[in-house]
Design a binder for this molecule. Sequence first.
Ligand code: AHR
Length: 314
Amino acid sequence: MRTLFKTLTLAAAIGITATANALTVGFAQVGSESGWRTSFSESVKAEAEKRGITLKFSDAQQKQENQIKAVRSFIAQRVDAILIAPVVETGWQPVLMEAKRARIPVVILDRNVSVTDQSLYITRIAPDFELEGQRAANWLTEKTAGKCAILELQGTVGSSAAIGRMKGFNDTIAKFPETKIVRSQTAEFTRSKGKEVMETMLKAEGGGKNICAIWAHNDEMALGAIQAVREAGLQPGKDILIVSVDAVDDALKSIIAGDINVSVELSPHLGGPAFDVINEFRAGKKDFEKWIRMGGAVYTQENAAAELVKRGAK
Ligand code: AHR
């Protein structure tokens, strides 16, 4: 009898431990607008599976209202933690307050939120978008000796990725009076819009003969723009330099082919660090840095091939 009791007690203890460890985490993702975004979603899903975490994944299709709905639904389901990769910076305070009132910790990934109360989220794990813009501009101004007419494809209006990259790039080229952005428009971080907007810009610029470079806020738009440049009878990477951000595998291949000239890396591997933060928080840690910075390299013809091999890309 005593043995049976002991066994039941042990089983109950194991059962309790298993339940306590089986976390449920909600993830409000922007969408699937780019190859980078897809890799980021895959990273979070794979990491959750590896750790035995139940992930509730929501694709907001680039709409903030969908994200807010998803977060409210995660709160109603009483998840253990919420990850948000915000579409735009503003408009987050009310729903983050709801999560805080429900005592559900929130981690911000990738793009930023603009809130007055910093205690509404534990931390943000993200790159430095402004630095990415600076690095892109540094490469371009060096390559063109500070003389260049640029067409800019912006990311989603109001997203911190677009705001930061634009600021970093513009502040850097401001030191070069003969480097100018002659046209700038959003293409929402997508390949199809990148092509469409670039076609219009090239037409408006008399076919693009006097354009020296395209500065795209991400690889996806750069890849779309390349098609437009080719259709305009020009050679991407030679007649018009292509400068971009993300350094996804397709962009590295395009660098090797000579179409994209440079891409500033943004790591999509945010899943591991995000779940580490949640675990540390649950274990009692409270003093997190408000911004955990992710770094990245700059890829050109010199190092793109080696990086592809390192990644084991097909
Ligand atoms: O917020 C990061 C940006 O969003 C990436 O550069 C882009 O590819 C994505 O869609």
